[in-house]
Design a binder for this molecule. Structure first.
Ligand code: LMR
Ligand code: MG
Length: 385
């Protein structure tokens, strides 16, 4: 079997918060008539320049045409040479590699009539506990609307939440106090997430202030790639510390400095299912736990994470992918399913990722390119409109 063509389609999908995220749908065709689908999820992250999708499609065609899709290691190596890791969390090259790697997994599994989880070592679990995000407060007035989000999502079965913090600590504190008061033990806060916005000492001061409220872990409490700062922070707090993996060098440094307790791993930020499996294996070897992070993918990207998570043994903390619940629309006929706060792994009987494109929906969401609208750095950091 040989790859015969590659097609990219750009969509812009609004969230319930009003923020619109741009994603690229990937189709990889073969001479045997089997097509794999993937998703380059969420290019709406800093830095504020746009990938030229027409050029990208042409370049990917020249790289992939004629390759056997089962040569995943070889193809990923070519992709890494062309889109190298650069020690940056939101590196767009990782998003590109991720979309191709997902489509290749879908393609190979479909060809074999198995689900992607079975390609990855089989199903260790059939569902993955996830939490719903509460985006960063900038104003105390936003506390009320975020409490309404908790009320609504709790009714849908989401009883674990994570909270982005660090820009208005009065609002962060007011929110945590009101959650404890209104919901008590019915709602759990998984993490407070500083998104690398602050120096670790500044974070430490805020954590001391918020420590009277219940939360399970602290995420991204130091500036990016400050491995020693993370370690200093980790040794001074009781909570476990988690950090995203965006480069194997960075993960190695975090292991070497014993910087974290939990690795937050997501295919989008490390460049695919294959790379994410390596990161999870490295974590396992280092005796560290994992959780699945997210950029907030659509259903194809989320399904890829469900299959990946299904096969991981050290996925011991609550994970983050809830994209299909955050967006007002999707690109597949049957979106991934959530039940009682769990992401369900698509059924074993469905080949590949278990997702089918819905072209009616896609036409509605299609946009010409990845060009930027008028959004501020704050809006991009805080995912607000
Ligand atoms: C999102 O898009 O909501 C997340 O990727 C935000 C983040 O960077 O953690
Ligand atoms: Mg985070």
């Amino acid at each position: 079997m040989k790859i015969s063509d590659v097609k990219l389609t750009v969509v812009g999908v609004p969230r319930h918060t009003g923020f619109v995220n741009k994603h690229v749908i990937v189709e990889i065709m073969t001479d045997e008539g089997v097509t794999g689908i993937g998703e380059m999820s969420d290019f709406s992250h800093l830095p504020k320049y746009a990938v030229d999708v027409v050029d990208l499609e042409n370049v990917l065609k020249s790289m992939l045409r004629g390759q056997n899709p089962f040569d995943l290691t070889l193809i990923n190596n070519v992709l890494s040479e062309n889109y190298p890791a650069v020690m940056y969390y939101y590196e767009k090259g990782s998003f590109i590699r991720n979309g191709i790697d997902a489509a290749l997994h879908d393609l190979c599994a479909k060809y074999l009539h198995v689900s992607v989880a079975e390609l990855l070592g089989g199903r260790y679990q059939e569902k993955i506990k996830v939490c719903y995000p509460i985006f960063r407060h900038r104003f105390v007035e936003e506390v009320e609307e975020n409490l309404a989000v908790v009320r609504k999502r709790l009714q849908e079965g989401f009883d674990v939440f994570r909270l982005y913090v660090g820009k208005n600590v009065d609002a962060d504190e007011a929110f945590l106090a009101r959650v404890a008061e209104e919901f008590g033990s019915k709602v759990k806060i998984k993490s407070i997430d500083f998104s690398h916005l602050l120096d670790w000492k500044e974070t430490l001061r805020i954590v001391k202030r918020l420590a009277k409220y219940d939360f399970e872990m602290i995420e991204s409490p130091a500036v990016r790639n400050d491995f020693e700062g993370l370690r200093q922070f980790r040794l001074k707090v009781d909570h476990p510390v988690s950090e995203h993996v965006w480069d194997f060098r960075q993960q190695y440094e975090m292991i070497r400095h014993d910087s974290v307790d939990i690795f937050n791993i997501s295919p989008i930020f490390i460049g695919g299912i294959s790379a994410a499996r390596k990161a999870a294996a490295a974590a396992e070897v280092a005796g560290k736990a994992c959780l699945l992070g997210t950029t907030q993918e659509l259903s194809i990207g989320t399904a890829a994470m469900a299959h990946l998570g299904s096969s991981l043994i050290n996925l011991t903390y609550t994970s983050d992918p809830t994209g299909p619940k955050l967006y007002t629309d999707d690109i597949v006929k049957k979106p991934v399913q959530y039940e009682q706060g769990y992401l369900l792994v698509p059924d074993r009987g469905l080949p590949g990722l278990g997702m089918e494109l819905d072209w009616e929906r896609i036409e509605r969401l299609r946009v010409p390119d990845l060009s930027w609208g008028n959004v501020s750095v704050h809006q991009l950091q805080d995912r607000t409109s």
